[in-house]
Ligand binder design. Sequence first.
Ligand SMILES: [Zn+2]
Length: 251
Amino acid sequence: MFSFDDYREILRLAKESGRLATYEEALTRDKWVILRHDVEYSVDRAFALSKVEESMDVRSHFFFQWTNNSYNILSRKNRDILTEMHERGQHVGLHFALNGMTDMALIRERIKKEADMLSDMLGFQVKAFSIHRPSPDVLRENIKIDGLLNAYQDDFFVFDEKAGPDSKLRVKYFSDANHIWRYGYPDADAFAAHERIQILTHPFGWTKKGYDNLDNYKTLVNEKYAELIDSIDNECKDFAPFREQFEKKVM
Ligand SMILES: [Zn+2]
C-alpha cells in the first residue's frame, strides 16, 4: 500500500479528476484536489517521491522542517535538493514544528520568521506552511498570515469540532500518518464522492518497493546510516581505512 506504484495510482485518480490544484489555486476554485507532503526524517525520500510525481507530470506541495532532528535543510546537499525541486516546479513550503510552544502570538511570529528565513535561504518565495503534529488549540486558532497559506486553515481543512453534519462534505482530508489511513483511502470512490480533497502523505513512508511499517523503518534507518558514513568519510581523511567495517547494513 506504500509503493511508488500505489502512489502512481493515487496520482492517476487525482489527474483524472481534473481538479489538481495548489493551495493558492484552490482558493479561487469550487472543486479541487490538493496533494501535500510533510517531510519527516528524510529529504532524500521526499526528493524520490517528487520525481515519481514528475514522471506523471504532477506537481504538489512539499513542506520541510527547520527544527527536525534527522535532517538539516541548510546542508549543501539538502539545499541543492530543495532548489532543484523548486526548479522542477514543485512547491516547497515550511513544515512548522511547535516544539512545545502554546502562545499563539509567538507561534504566528515564529511561523513568519521561519518562512522568511526559508525564502531568504532558498532564494524564492515560500508561500505555504503546514504544522507538524498540530494541537487542537492550534487547529482551532485557524492561523492566517499575510502572504502565507496554512494547510490547516479553514479553506483547506475542517476541524472536527467545527464540522457540522454538512460541513464534513466541504473538505475531505486523507492522511497516511504512521502508515495508517485513518480517514479512509483515496481511491476511485473517494474521488467520486468528494469535491474538495486534501491528501497528506509523508514521503518517508513511501518507497519503490513499498514496505510494511517495520521494513519501512528498517530501510529508512539503513539509508540514514549510509548517509552518516558518507558524511564522516567526506569530512575525515582518517575514516577511509575503517569504512569497509561500516559498510554492512545495520539490520
Ligand atoms: Zn509532521
